[in-house]
Design a protein around this ligand. Structure first.
Ligand SMILES: Cc1cc2nc3c(=O)[nH]c(=O)nc-3n(C[C@H](O)[C@H](O)[C@H](O)COP(=O)(O)O)c2cc1C
Length: 188
């Protein structure tokens, strides 16, 4: 079945990212043939950080339910995807700040979620599943804070399932990076 797949690429080491390699292994193994895959490279996208004036403008537009400004494009794209893959290296127990800026842009009342009369969140995203792919120099253990945060946001967006695949220990001397990536890919 033709699907609309969104690959959110928050990998910073362009051309040499192991996280991006793992994400591509996922995309090629998961039978998305015939599907439209949008590769959203965050480093190439002019994400505007939410400062005081931008927040004021955004709140005004949300109040008017006018989502025509390109500030809302990423949220619309995310909300319409059938499946979402997010790839981000493990940085300082989480992920690069660029991804946080992206997630702030997504969290738009009226596009990715809605707040009901009793203050409850109602998810508005089409995707049933988000796959989070990361790689780390050492071992993540129970400090997978970037994933935990995205998983919580997904609940707010109405995305029921979040799965994390992680390739760990890649910066340890003597590690066979290809073997580690292959081993993780066996779980797909
Ligand atoms: C700014 C920065 C912060 C990092 N923080 C951690 C960390 O907290 N724990 C860890 O195990 N590795 C850490 N690493 C190592 C990366 O997670 C590791 O090299 C990863 O595989 C990079 O992914 P990439 O090849 O896709 O760029 C850090 C690397 C950088 C550049």
């Amino acid at each position: 079945m033709s699907q609309n797949i969104l690959y959110v690429d928050a990998c910073i080491n362009r051309n040499s990212s192991r996280t991006d390699r793992l994400a591509h292994m996922y995309l090629s193994r998961c039978g998305f043939d015939g599907s439209k895959i949008t590769h959203r490279v965050l480093e190439d996208y002019p994400i505007r950080m939410l400062n005081g004036s931008l927040l004021k403008f955004r709140n005004l537009m949300i109040e008017k339910k006018d989502y025509s400004d390109r500030l809302f494009d990423l949220a619309k794209e995310f909300s319409k995807a059938d499946e979402i893959i997010v790839a981000a290296p493990y940085w300082d127990l989480s992920f690069p700040a660029m991804l946080k800026c992206y997630l702030e842009q997504l969290s738009v009342n009226g596009i990715t979620f809605r707040i009901g009369g009793n203050g409850e969140f109602e998810g508005l995203c089409k995707a049933k599943r988000l796959i989070y792919i990361t790689s780390s120099g050492g071992y993540i253990g129970d400090c997978n804070y970037g994933f935990y945060y995205i998983r919580a946001l997904c609940r707010m967006f109405g995305i029921e399932e979040t799965i994390c695949y992680k390739a760990e220990g890649l910066d340890i001397d003597g590690v066979d990076v290809n073997a580690v990536l292959q081993k993780v890919a066996e779980q797909f």
